[in-house]
Ligand binder design. Structure first.
Ligand code: ADP
Ligand code: MG
Ligand code: ZN
Length: 328
């Protein structure tokens, strides 16, 4: 069977499609568009079809030379039936739509759905920072916080499909309400929007001149990147915010280490562009909280595949499962 497959990454901001060589884990061609997040599921489905057709045309690849298409979805999906269970960050009622079947028919390809962060985990494990490990955890820290776990040399999805929801570990008793319905989840304290909210608060409370200046005193322009930039410039308030964010992540990672005893923990997603500014407090926190596992043997590393990880992982997932989608 051909090793070429389509990978799609549906995000709250970007919708991307690629032709992936799954044997080497390389993206041969890719296209992107803004996700029409408020136009409803049909518009998003149309755009997925359009982008897949566009990337096939641009790269001269026809459906006969492709094994399958994998769609990375920012939420919980029923991987067997090709249905959405919960998409907290994309409005619309997706739960009754046989997405896998629809895309299967419209693309003329075997289509498989997978959670976007599980796709990133799969890609980093097979072709990126997780290579060679038998057990790893992956944190994808972006608009939300996703994750995935590899246990015993396999991507572990659990008895449902929610294993690896590392962003919904509870780090605060009686904490903030989360989009998942719970409270005190890591996502509420360490995602990009959570960091931006701390930056906005710092400006309003006049605790950070640097953030205010970088955002030209416009609160709408304060993003996670603004806070990181201020920290790089030495702003004490921005540094304190990132210390705290890193501490929250480190607490969650400590719990993950106690649960899985993984060889390696991989950190990716837009927010991790901050690199050491976050890795340093994460490492410190883990050293302070993990004693039952020899902590120096758990490798805490940055992801390697960047924006391509979700595309590569979705394609690899579909390739590994190629076959007809079960009737809904
Ligand atoms: P998505 O969850 O939509 O897939 P990404 O993984 O691309 O998102 O991450 C987007 C988030 O990362 C946004 O909240 C953005 O503010 C933040 N971000 C993007 N670039 C940087 C950067 N250089 N430094 C810190 N945060 C960043
Ligand atoms: Mg994403
Ligand atoms: Zn949650």
């Amino acid at each position: 069977m051909t090793s070429l497959a389509i990978g799609v990454d549906l995000g709250g901001t970007n919708l991307r499609a690629a032709v992936v060589d799954t044997s080497s884990g390389t993206v041969l061609a890719s296209v992107r568009a803004d996700t029409p997040i408020h136009q409803g599921p049909p518009a998003i489905i149309d755009l997925i079809v359009e982008l897949v057709q566009k990337v096939m045309t641009e790269s001269g690849v026809t459906s006969v030379s492709l094994s399958a298409a994998g769609i990375g979805m920012p939420g919980l999906v029923d991987v067997e039936r090709g249905m959405v269970i919960l998409l907290p960050n994309i409005p619309g009622d997706w739960s009754q739509i046989p997405l896998g079947q629809i895309l299967n028919q419209r693309l003329g390809l075997s289509v498989r759905l997978i959670n976007d962060a599980r796709a990133i985990t799969l890609a980093e494990w097979t072709n990126g920072a997780g290579q060679g490990t038998d057990s790893m955890a992956c944190y994808a820290i972006g608009t939300g916080i996703g994750g995935g776990v590899v246990v015993g040399g396999r991507l572990h999805l659990g008895s449902g499909v929610a294993a690896g929801e590392l962003g919904h570990q509870i780090v605060e008793l009686n904490g903030l309400r989360c989009n998942c319905g719970g409270r005190g989840c890591l996502e509420m304290y360490a995602s990009g929007p959570a960091i931006a909210a701390r930056g906005v608060q710092a400006v309003i409370q006049r605790q950070s001149m640097s953030i205010a200046v970088l955002a030209e005193n416009d609160l709408n322009r304060v993003t996670a990147s603004t806070v990181f930039q201020a920290a790089r410039e030495g702003d004490p308030c921005a540094r304190a915010i990132l210390e705290e964010v890193g501490t929250y992540i480190g607490i969650a990672v400590s719990n993950t280490i106690h649960t899985l005893n993984p060889q390696r923990v991989v950190f990716g997603g837009g927010v991790m562009a901050a690199g050491e500014l976050l890795m340093a407090p994460i490492r410190r926190t883990v050293r302070e909280h993990v004693f039952l596992v020899p902590v120096q043997r758990v490798e805490l590393v940055m992801a390697q595949l960047g924006d391509n990880a979700g595309l590569i992982g979705a394609a690899a997932w579909a390739q590994s499962k190629a076959g007809p989608v079960k009737a809904a």
